[in-house]
Ligand binder design. Sequence first.
Ligand code: AMP
Ligand code: MG
Length: 463
Amino acid sequence: MSFNFETTYTTLPASFYREIGPNRVKEPCMLLWNERLAQQLNVDDERENVDLFTGSQQRDYIAQAYAGHQFGHFTMLGDGRAMLIGEHAYQQHRVDIQLKGSGRTHYSRGGDGRAGIGPMVREYIISEAMHGLGIPTTRSLAVTATGLPVYREEVQQGAVLTRVAASHLRVGTFQYARHMLDENAVRDLADYAMARHYPSLEQGNYIDFFRVVMNRQAQLIAQWQLVGFVHGVMNTDNMTISGETIDYGPCAFLDVFQSNQVFSSIDQQGRYRYSQQPAIGGWNLTRFAETMLPLIDDNEEVAIASLEEVLKSYPRVFGDAWLAGMRDKLGFATARPEDKSLAEQLLTLMEAQQADFTTTFRALSEGTAIKDLGEWKKQWTARLEQEGTTVEEAQQRMQRVNPAIIARNYYVEAAIQDAEAGNMETAKVLVEALQNPYIVREEHAYLRTSPAMAKPYVTYCGT
Ligand code: AMP
Ligand code: MG
């Protein structure tokens, strides 16, 4: 089966996008193809269609307009190196099929619109890892090579990622409508987003719309925290309305637990550090709320009060999701008042002992040796006894929620280096292992720990 494109985004006013023609490539070729995802989407016939997946096929593509706060500063952005092929409708679903790195668009500003093979393979691996963990995310269908050089600090091979998303509507899309267009544009966009993602909401009930987006984001960020994922660039243009994780740039999973960990080379202030992610989520949602003001009430004060009332519950929604997840991670089947403190104490101990985030929870789940948790472990065992759960029962449950295998920085880098040298096997093996991170196959056991990294891990975005 081939794609079944039924694009609805273009029903929005023309100021929300630009149509563009194909881009030039030299020697297009398929590097990575996600067979599982292709089958799910019913698009297996497209496997060899490298022209489509490099953006060089003769057809119209769409670059979407958006704005956003980047590290706190508001800017006009838009798809500078991405373009939508269309919305693929299958069974009861509709997903965007988007190319990233395919070339310049109307919104490229000074950029070349291209991407190097390294960052695209990185996004492919980590987005699929997130999916394997059961965390809402955009998916990766393919990585192709363009055969063109891309000029960064070093010359890289040009590559294009094919991204699959519930949509690419962002908080930044609303900011664009509100600050660059007008109230009608915000209403059109909100109606479109509600119909597409939250069809059960009452039409025109923008407060409920705001609440459901807020709740999705709170739950998403809680899930990141629970697996030690640092997004790295939580700019408002990288926050989706659907609640999917998007834009894997300088992101990474924590090895050693450090609550102030930043991986991004450009995040000098630590704005997007691990411990800050929940608060930044709230900051971004406040920017989202601001765009909705004219839809809520003609009287701005009334509108502000209504949205603030909803926003007030963000810390609680996040906290509840996080604590529920922590209870699962610790094997508790019931809720007790001391659970939050127990979870926090464990994290404090892990940080003090420089323990590996993933390994600690997994070792606790498997009953294998971990750094000395002494007193804490006694409290944990006592807590389980109180609810009448044996340690063994708890551990069985825990193994279903504490991954053994994550996309460890060391192995992601190894896969990228091999890909750059023309060998895609390392990436394929890694992605395969990450599909089911809760079960360890013998041949993937080496992925459970990180060989010591020679230097602190840093990643670069926008490359
Ligand atoms: P990102 O860091 O991928 O979220 O990108 C932030 C903004 O910069 C988006 O509007 C991108 O489209 C744009 N951008 C990033 N890299 C390039 C590039 N090489 N050429 C043109 N635009 C780019
Ligand atoms: Mg982005």
